[in-house]
Design a protein around this ligand. Structure first.
Ligand code: KIV
Ligand code: NA
Length: 265
């Protein structure tokens, strides 16, 4: 049971071995993921959407991330745990970024933090990696900038934006990032980035040429039903199963079929 580390992820890219990453926000899912052999568990700030039911990820706090990361950490033995830094926890100043990211590493088992953005946050990334806080980048569709973009469209379609994303990826690599999430960009651009940089790219809606893939766990389990972008493949329809169980329980209680004699003392 060899622990997955930043070093192992970079070796996996060299070997051409794909990296499987999914999100988790609680102990039970994290345990199932770890036992199944997932490489990386991301405590994503997507919990703002799928757990807290906010419209965006903006309201999520560092305390929220630490609370969920602690629950995940109790379950994980093998996977690498990466924790998303929420909006405004790393943009205000280097000092605040170090304090907030440092808190996540000190108070949870996180072995890395994920930050959205490229050149805009490069000083922070450089500083964090130089003091021993591993950083995963996140480019393309960066949901914390949703109000700037004005929507969840594919990024990097026009040449100028594509070039900026490629340059950001190179800058993140130079600043010491160990990996980069590429969200909702054309697969050709993701391929070019993946071939250009030596650290692994993890795609979500970024096509098959990335070094790894990530999905939001509640999406791929068919638990979060609100919307389904085409890059989400549903590996289960858990909402249907759970709804069915609840309906059966309610009807058994109402009809007196539950509990039976063997379920009683
Ligand atoms: O918050 C999240 O779950 C993410 C992944 C979708 C990459 O950032
Ligand atoms: Na996120």
């Amino acid at each position: 049971l060899k622990k997955v580390t930043t070093k192992i992820l970079i070796e996996m890219k060299k070997r051409g071995e794909k990296i499987a990453m999914l999100t988790a926000y609680d102990f039970l899912i994290a345990k199932l993921l770890d036992e199944a052999g997932i490489d990386v568990i991301l405590v994503g700030d997507s919990l703002g959407n799928v757990f807290q039911e906010h419209e965006t990820t903006l309201p999520v706090t560092v305390d929220d991330m630490i609370y969920h990361a602690k629950a995940v950490c109790r379950a994980v033995k093998r996977a690498m745990v990466v924790v998303d830094m929420p909006f405004l926890s790393y943009q205000v100043s280097l000092e605040e970024a170090i304090k907030n990211c440092g808190r996540v590493l000190k108070e949870t088992c996180a072995e890395g933090v994920k930050l959205e953005g490229g050149s805009e946050i490069i000083d922070v990334v450089y500083k964090l990696t130089s003091i021993g806080i591993p950083v995963m980048g996140h480019l393309g569709l960066t949901p914390q900038s949703i109000h700037k973009f004005g929507g969840y469209d594919v990024r990097g379609v026009d040449e100028k934006e594509a070039e900026k994303i490629l340059n950001d990826a190179k800058e993140l690599e130079s600043a010491g990032a160990f990996s980069i999430v590429l969200e909702k960009i054309p697969s050709g651009l993701a391929k070019k980035i993946t071939e250009t940089i030596s650290i692994p790219t993890i795609g979500i809606g970024a096509g098959p040429f990335c070094d790894g893939q990530v999905l939001v766990v509640y999406d791929m389990l068919g638990l979060f039903e609100e919307f389904k972008p085409k890059f989400v493949r549903r590996y289960a329809e858990l909402s249907k199963i759970i709804r069915n169980a609840f309906e059966n329980y309610i009807s058994d209680v109402k009809s007196g079929k539950f509990p039976s004699e063997s379920e009683s003392y």
